[in-house]
Design a protein around this ligand. Structure first.
Ligand SMILES: *Cc1c(COP(=O)(O)O)cnc(C)c1O
Length: 368
């Protein structure tokens, strides 16, 4: 259903954006004009700086949703003679494996339950037993549940084994710490419309320059070839094909706001305050979190659906939407659940209003 009042999006993206971000889209840009070339350069520079990337890495943006940049990165960096190990504990890990299989690449998968983090000891063993593996793919925050995987440990051990690490940081980049200087990572992938609080329409990867240089000719797709895309930016600062100009303008506005807010540490504090407000209020009403606190990222909260007959997710969702709150239906394979996102241009006061709405709806559902 649609809502009359502007809705607050409590999803993992697209999510609630600031007015200044949307206002940045109110003009036209010539994609090959100097002004837009400068905007693209500022965007690439700011994205790299957020992860502490210096000359070692390059930011390569690509048109499309987050999955497009994941597919482009795998297709460009994992060559026909390579062998990818994907670490899976949710839907986004599964998707990476599906992409690599579709590309005809050699793929192995290590799998954990959806409420369990990737285990560095098991990965260490798998790499020792399979010397043919060249690349490892990890989902930083597995948005399926909100689980945070141990990026620093996995980066240290893949580096020790001499493997290239590809990190899907779609739902963590811009809030949770990612430091390319401290952790050896060949590629970090993310998109405009999650913790960066831009609008949807582009993804980007921060890729080691030497890895990019060595990847010429790997990609079987013309439009997804990140080596060629990178060469385009390096030679004339321009996108190869029509860029989403308004999306770029909105992302640059959003990146300037991120700096003004106090960079990723300040954003993480706000998201944590959102999560804590939500978790405490939901616990008071008897809702239980799906994950243990030790592995929970403050990005998205997964709650068990109440088992009592009064609770039906459809009715709950529609009642919340009617009050201006759009939450996210769960897609766990194991447990009946629903999810509430904590990211976007929202703050604890919004979650207080959400909790009041949930309390009223639960009362209505119980007496209906
Ligand atoms: C959002 C997300 C993606 C990309 O999803 P799109 O719908 O294509 O934007 C990939 N990985 C993770 C972990 C995500 O959260």
């Amino acid at each position: 259903m649609t809502t009359a009042a502007p809705a607050i999006l409590l999803t993992p993206g697209p999510l609630t954006t600031r007015l200044e971000t949307r206002q940045a889209m109110l003009r036209d840009w010539g994609s090959r004009d100097e002004a837009f070339i400068a905007l693209t350069a500022e965007m690439r520079r700011r994205l790299l700086a957020l992860a502490g990337g210096g000359d070692s890495h390059a930011a390569v943006p690509l048109q499309g949703s987050g999955t497009f940049i994941v597919e482009a990165t795998i297709a460009t960096l994992v060559g026909p003679a390579d062998h990818l190990l994907v670490l899976v504990n949710g839907a986004y890990g599964e998707r990476i494996a599906a992409i690599a299989r579709r590309l005809g690449r050699r793929v192995d998968v290590l799998t954990w339950e959806e409420d369990q983090p990737v285990s560095p000891a098991s990965v260490d063993r798998a790499l020792a037993e399979n010397p043919a593996i060249t690349h490892v793919a990890l989902v930083h925050c597995e948005t399926t549940t909100g689980l945070l995987n141990p990026l620093a440990e996995i980066a240290a051990l893949t580096s020790r084994h001499g493997k290239a690490l590809l990190v899907d940081a779609m739902s963590s980049f811009g809030a949770l710490p990612i430091d390319l200087k401290a952790h050896p990572v060949a590629a970090v992938m993310a998109s405009s419309n999650k913790c960066l609080e831009g609008v949807p329409g582009l993804g980007f990867a921060l890729i080691e320059r030497r890895t990019l240089a060595a990847a010429k000719g790997n990609c079987p797709s013309l439009s997804l070839d990140l080596h060629d895309q990178w060469q385009g930016f390096e030679t004339n600062g321009q996108w190869r094909f029509t860029p989403p100009v308004q999306v770029v303008a909105a992302l640059v506005a959003a990146l300037r706001q991120l700096e003004a807010e106090g960079d990723p540490p300040a954003r993480l504090r706000r998201y944590r305050a959102n999560f804590d407000t939500l978790a405490a209020g939901m616990a008071e009403m008897g809702f239980r979190l799906f994950l243990d606190a030790a592995v929970q990222a403050p990005i998205i909260a997964t709650f068990h659906s109440p088992a009592e007959p009064w609770f039906r997710f459809d009715g709950f969702y529609r009642a919340l939407a009617g009050r201006g709150f759009l939450i996210y239906p769960g897609k766990l394979s194991r447990a009946d659940s629903f999810r509430i996102g904590c990211i976007g241009a929202i703050e604890p006061a919004d979650f207080q209003r959400l909790l009041e709405a949930i309390a009223a709806i639960v009362d209505e559902m119980k007496t209906a």
